[in-house]
Ligand binder design. Structure first.
Ligand code: ADP
Ligand code: MG
Ligand code: ZN
Length: 387
């Protein structure tokens, strides 16, 4: 990257503008088989060994919905306090891309399985912020391309590209927030706290390991600014596939500073996708955003509608585990610690370890000291996960 981007300081940006965010999170489900065929989802297999006529999009192949995928989607919807559709359909999202062998993605469009929910997230100081959920819908992952022969691994300069369709058709749930308003200067912190809480929920439900570093969970950060005292949203940018909690926070922060510089200089923000760069903490322009109509969505004719009975939904609801925020609040009370102590435990990735140590016979205070002392410090210093 040789171009530099004009930025204003974070404080100056916030002095003039109010950020509005929208977070879109994709979660890869941990089902044994793909969303619409019986192919294995196991990682690390020989390229293209886990494919069949359905996930390769061969003519005449007919998809069948994975019931566990639907059940997982309902679990997520319920945990996010959503309504569950009594009847909904899949839709074809049409586009040509080499890692999409069918030339369309089977997704959901105006009939998501879950909608209208919220997730309460906890900030560093223990305060709670409610993030409203627009929808959670089912879709499938694409294949994976590898560009070979160039210096950068990008398509430019490569001599050829390799395609692996093992990932094509792996179930994804996309969770979209309503516009997040009112976070002010804490917007980047809210974004990070939301993705973290969502990850904890997904893990507690057991529907995915939600490991961001493995691409099992990734976040698109939509952000716009509006002048203080105005209602109308500004034009948003959409930073794609941000894959760590820290990066979610940094991407939001950078975009606030960049938007403020553009707007403050009398410019206009173009609606586009952007890429986040870990090394510099900056974003660069991707492509100008497609409109929904460019995808020519239409209902998928090869799949029957999904109409989960209310009995099934209630059965799933009754079987939900204790949700992470509830559990943390319970442990805060049981252990007699503060909300910020709990945040530190969470940040260190020590919660499950402490609980397991207590289950193995230690008392709560010693278990906490054991993990949060020397071990947490050296794990942090060496950049190793505590577990
Ligand atoms: P798309 O598929 O075009 O990205 P979605 O509706 O799926 O559209 O996602 C857009 C996300 O951005 C949602 O979370 C939405 O709440 C949020 N959003 C919409 N308009 C704005 C805006 N002007 N500024 C910030 N966020 C926005
Ligand atoms: Mg989007
Ligand atoms: Zn298949």
């Amino acid at each position: 990257m040789t171009t530099t981007t004009d930025l204003v300081s974070y404080e100056d940006a916030l002095a003039s503008y109010d950020p509005v965010m929208g977070l879109e999170v994709h979660v890869e489900l941990g089902t044994k088989t793909k969303m619409f065929c019986g192919c294995s989802t196991e990682l690390g297999a020989e390229p293209n060994s886990q494919t069949c006529p359905v996930c390769l999009g061969l003519p005449g192949a007919l998809p069948v919905v994975n019931a566990t995928g639907v059940e997982s989607a309902i679990k997520i919807g319920l945990a996010l306090n959503c309504e569950i559709a009594e009847w909904c359909r899949f839709a074809r999202k049409n586009y040509f891309y080499p890692d999409m062998p069918k030339n369309f993605q089977t997704s959901q469009y105006d009939e998501p399985i879950a909608f209208n929910g919220y997730l309460d997230v906890q900030l560093e100081d223990g305060e709670t912020f409610r993030v409203e959920i627009e929808r959670a819908h089912m879709e499938e992952d694409t294949g994976k391309s590898t560009h070979v022969g160039g210096a950068t691994g990008r398509i430019h300069g490569a001599s050829h590209s390799l395609l692996d369709y093992n990932r094509a058709g792996i179930p994804l749930i996309e969770i979209v927030t309503k516009p997040i308003e009112g976070a002010g200067e804490r917007a980047p912190e809210v974004a990070k706290a939301y993705v973290r809480e969502l990850r904890e929920v997904i893990k507690a439900l057991g529907v995915s390991e939600a490991r961001m570093e493995m691409g099992q969970m990734r976040c698109d950060v939509n952000l716009s600014l509006r002048p203080h005292g105005t209602e109308k949203f500004g034009t948003r940018s959409e930073t794609k596939n941000v894959n760590s909690l820290r990066s979610v926070e940094r991407a939001a922060r950078f975009e606030i500073q960049r938007h403020a510089a553009v707007l403050g200089g009398g410019g206009t923000i173009v609606q586009e996708t952007r890429h986040f760069h870990e090394d510099t903490g900056s974003t660069t322009s991707g492509r100008v955003k497609e409109e929904a109509e460019d995808y020519r969505y239409f209902p998928e004719p090869d799949l029957v509608p999904v109409a989960p009975s209310r009995e099934w939904v209630e059965e799933i609801r009754a079987g939900l585990p204790e949700l992470p925020l509830v559990r943390r609040n319970r442990l805060v009370a049981e252990w007699g610690i503060s909300a910020t102590d709990m945040q530190a435990i969470l940040n260190a990735g020590a919660l499950d370890l402490i609980v397991a140590t207590i289950d193995a016979g230690a008392d709560a205070a010693s278990a906490r000291k054991w993990w949060m002392g020397e071990l947490a410090r050296s794990a942090n210093e060496s950049g190793t996960a505590l577990d």
